[in-house]
Design a protein around this ligand. Structure first.
Ligand code: ATP
Ligand code: MG
Length: 568
């Protein structure tokens, strides 16, 4: 079971719950639920809700149910159910045996609907969907009563039973609550409770051809499960009167309290399931687990750990007003963890050959390299060094600009864990491209220690050519070109803002031999390059594929520092 970094962390919801415990409001119980609709894969926004619901239950010794809100069979399926379960578990949370489905309550919900009819609180309305919309009124005008509003209880019971029996076509009748067509809250203007939908359901099969709507289902499911605090996102604030209305007029076993919080929005990210589905079905990405997707499957494949996502969710906190979180903050969470835990290795992403002219042809030295300077217990490994090496092409300039301190003709640099080398010449091909850099090494400088008084400004990473393992590396950048891709200009689609450079594939990378058998999913810091994770889908033995999880540069830490300085 997951633990949270700062269990004392407090926010307005935890404050309410603590207060309710003090006054014994729910007999000292805390029962929450996470209620996904199985019509898509979970994303980082859902993680916020999962961490909150499971988190408060854990902190208070309560329970959190996993409940599938499966009332729309046309958009839902069992694969989504399975992936949701896997992702919640992966995040580190456990619902024990409390796996529930709204569809398991269909019979009970039907009975409640019949009760509403009997008590005069619901009626069968035979207006068309367009007419219902027209009768509903607007924010500034009250609605009008449906001509079917005064149907007798007997007629309503008969029609509702025949709706269930499949006698009517879709769209011909609905069951509506009889509340108040003049209510300033549109949700209270006789909302639809049931509709006819002749679609098989992934759990109930052909048993039903009428399905309850969200607003009717959710409150009753909460009440049936004895939920104490029903935590949901702000867009449901205006639905709360309806939530409470249903629980007040029906003989339910409990009356949970709905509390709303701001949903997570992230810069450079879309979170709507409809948009994420478009990205998948229209092949803008390789799938739901494409490492650019904000889905938990995508983040996992990218190299994010459950802990990093949980600490992110804690760091962003809870608010009652919507806002957008800087993507850099998410990156900060994983970088912070990997800095502590990821073994350092050397990998050359865009290699150019270096020949050390004065190094013996067949000599190989094994040099000690530190696995993690942040963690002494990680120890050291041996890295082979030989006459021909690879370094990054960008670490050499034939004509170095000012402030370029790396390798250039006549210049010395240190090779990490090895020697100081000096560039003595280059070889070019017909096109003028450098194919080989020639250097000499100074045998007195092994392990990179320059003799006293000698200044070397740069340390380069490298890989011995003879021992190098070929690898593919995938570099990722922001998925969208603008921080608010949901905000599209007239005539544009959100896909018009996809960053064409969000994925760069490098196929001729060379990595140190210790990585040949790196396990799928394992994470490393490539020195000077960033944090990388072995791809779980496309890697094969001896030919690893690495996803860059995040770069080394921590823009979030920079932003925070600047803000602190401003405040001081
Ligand atoms: P849809 O857009 O289809 O309504 P949804 O994103 O609301 O989907 P659900 O499956 O209904 O998805 O969400 C399950 C739970 O996760 C809900 O309680 C919802 O409020 C919460 N949730 C969804 N998106 C976010 C988000 N971005 N931030 C915080 N919580 C979220
Ligand atoms: Mg929803």
């Amino acid at each position: 079971m997951a633990t949270t970094d700062t269990p004392q962390a407090t926010d307005f919801i935890r404050t309410i719950i603590a207060q309710d415990l003090k006054t014994n409001k729910h007999n000292g119980r805390v029962a929450t639920r996470f209620p996904p609709e199985p019509n898509g894969h979970l994303h980082i926004g859902h993680a916020k809700s999962i961490c909150l619901n499971f988190g408060v239950a854990l902190e208070q010794g309560g329970t959190c149910n996993l409940r599938f809100d499966d009332t729309n069979p046309t958009k839902e399926n069992i694969d989504y159910v399975e992936s949701i379960k896997r992702d919640v578990k992966w995040l580190g949370f456990d619902w024990d045996d409390r796996e529930y489905y709204a569809s398991d309550y269909f019979e009970q919900l039907y009975a409640y609907a019949v009760q509403l009819i009997k008590d005069g609180h619901a009626y069968v309305c035979s207006l068309s969907p367009d007419e219902i919309r027209a009768y509903r009124g607007t924010l500034t005008e009250p609605g009008r009563d449906s001509p079917y509003r005064q149907r007798s209880v007997e007629e309503n019971l008969d029609l509702f039973a025949r709706m269930r029996a499949g006698e009517f076509a879709e769209g011909t009748h609905v069951l509506r609550a009889r509340i108040d067509m003049a209510s300033p809250n549109i949700n209270m203007r006789d909302p639809t409770l049931y509709r006819i939908l002749k679609a098989p359901h992934h759990r109930t099969g052909e048993r039903w051809c009428i399905y309850p709507l969200y607003d009717f289902t959710h409150c009753l499911s909460d009440a049936l499960e004895g939920i104490t605090h029903s935590l949901c996102t702000l867009e449901f604030e205006d639905h709360r009167p309806l939530y409470d209305w249903a629980l007040d007029v029906l003989p339910v076993p409990s009356h949970p309290q709905q509390i709303e919080f701001a949903r997570l929005n992230l810069t450079y990210t879309v979170m709507s399931k409809r948009k994420l589905l478009t990205l998948v079905t229209d092949n803008y990405v390789s799938g739901w687990d494409d490492p650019r997707m904000p889905t938990l499957a995508g983040l996992r494949r990218r190299g994010y750990t459950p802990q990093s996502i949980r600490s992110f969710c804690e760091r962003i906190g809870l608010a009652k007003r919507n806002s957008t979180v800087d993507y850099a903050m998410l990156e900060h969470s994983i970088r912070e963890e990997l800095n502590r835990t990821a073994p350092r290795v050397m990998a050359v992403l865009r290699p150019v050959r270096v020949v050390i002219d004065n190094y013996p042809q067949d000599r190989v030295e094994y040099l000690d390299a530190i696995n993690n300077p942040e963690d002494a217990s990680a120890g050291t490994r041996q890295v082979p060094f030989s006459r021909v090496l690879y370094i990054e092409r960008e670490d050499f300039r034939e004509d170095p600009p000012r402030k370029f301190f790396r390798l250039a003709p006549g210049r010395e640099v240190r090779l990490r864990y090895a020697y100081i080398v000096k560039c003595v010449g280059v070889v070019k091909d017909d096109t003028g491209e450098i194919t080989e850099i020639h250097c000499t090494y100074d045998p007195e400088t092994r392990s990179g220690r320059p003799p006293a008084g000698r200044k070397v400004k740069a340390t380069l990473h490298w890989v011995s050519a003879e021992h190098a393992v070929n690898a593919e590396v995938r570099l990722y950048d922001h998925f969208f070109t603008k921080p608010d891709p949901d905000n599209v200009e007239d005539g544009q689609a959100f896909t018009d803002y996809l960053n064409p450079h969000s994925l760069e594939i490098l196929t001729a990378c060379t990595v140190e031999p210790s990585l040949a058998q790196a396990e799928a999913g394992s994470r490393f810091q490539f020195e000077r390059q960033g944090y990388f994770c072995v791809d779980t889908v496309d890697s094969s033995p001896g030919r690893p594929v690495f996803n860059r999880t995040v770069t080394l540069r921590d823009t979030w830490a920079k932003i925070q520092k600047a803000e602190q300085q401003k405040r001081a």
